[in-house]
Design a protein around this ligand. Sequence first.
Ligand SMILES: Cc1cc2nc3c(=O)[nH]c(=O)nc-3n(C[C@H](O)[C@H](O)[C@H](O)COP(=O)(O)OP(=O)(O)OC[C@H]3O[C@@H](n4cnc5c(N)ncnc54)[C@H](O)[C@@H]3O)c2cc1C
Length: 371
Amino acid sequence: MCAIEAGKRGRRVALLDHADRLGKKILISGGGCCNFTNLHCRPEDFLSANLHFAKSALARFTPADFIALVEQHRIPYHEKTLGQLFCDRSARDILEMLEAECRAAAVSIFLNTKIKEVTRPSGFVARTANAEFHAPALVVASGGLSIPKIGATSFGYDLARQFGLKIREPWPGLVPLLFAADDRSRYCDLAGVSADAIASCNGQQFREKMLITHRGLSGPAILQISSYWKKPEAISLDLAPGADLTAVFRDPATTRTLAALRTELRRSLPHRFADRWLEVHAPASWTNAALADFEQQVHAWPVVPAGTEGYEKAEVTAGGVDTDELSAKTMESRKVPGLFFIGEVVDVTGHLGGFNFQWAWASGAAAGRAL
Ligand SMILES: Cc1cc2nc3c(=O)[nH]c(=O)nc-3n(C[C@H](O)[C@H](O)[C@H](O)COP(=O)(O)OP(=O)(O)OC[C@H]3O[C@@H](n4cnc5c(N)ncnc54)[C@H](O)[C@@H]3O)c2cc1C
């Protein structure tokens, strides 16, 4: 996006990537259909040490701007849920659109090009095994650490450090969580079972589906809250949002039995999960206090994850180049004129739902317009 914007403004742009093709993450995104933006993109949908930083770029390149490009290229798309826009056919459509825009903007693309060293005698010099690129400006769009097997590296962070820029320690975000040993033995045979839940932690909460996996928890509610979780904290899960499971027992005519409670719980949870929950958390007695305690546990199940699935499975890397180091308008380093950082390498991380791409497009456009 940055190369396109700069190229359209007549800049000579060389786009260097060590991969053998561009946009590999685009191709695997959104289950192969690329959730390329979100209609309801707000600054609150991002994590950053400075929650105001992203506002300017997001306001100057909006979801509507990206949708206009998608429509200009006649790419069919649909809203899946919660404003999330996906390609009807394949993520390839988005990649081909960006490649076509690069061609139209006369951007030179160099693949299989690994940068060995960057120096700044006066302008920038990027050295590869057999070439040198000289330029008055260098834009780092090398992403985060997630999914090393398709080429993620610490290049951007290393380069930022080399030029004296501060980094907010990265951590894996939008990532499945691992159960500790006891919860694993209690629940993991239910792998594949999902439920509507509210996941909360550190003042954030998300109501979406959660999924039990062979090693812990996943699903959108868990991925969302994982970005806010830090070991050894607990997350809290409401397994029956809005339900009053023990209300039925306030009627003196209802006998307080496990079978009656199971019926109530099965209204909120899949049967296997409800049954297992009752095996593990059956009320200590049938007093009002014990029932209130049972109700409370279902609505605020504290899970202390043993960890996350890590960068191998994380959709995004949180943390990154400290936003204090960058101009919010142009993404240019305040200390090193001509050096820009955009996209995931910056300490701006979106929630699940198309926000990370919107940040990549918007921050790219901001830099491209300033080059
Ligand atoms: C499985 C998965 C699914 C996702 N789905 C979605 C989704 O549907 N919607 C959404 O909004 N976000 C999604 N994301 C997140 C989104 O893909 C990223 O946030 C986004 O791609 C970041 O863009 P970027 O340009 O900053 O970095 P990247 O897309 O990671 O691009 C970085 C580029 O830099 C290159 N590079 C890295 N190191 C070097 C080096 N040393 N030398 C040369 N080149 C280098 C890489 O090859 C790569 O091409 C998903 C992520 C994953 C892993």
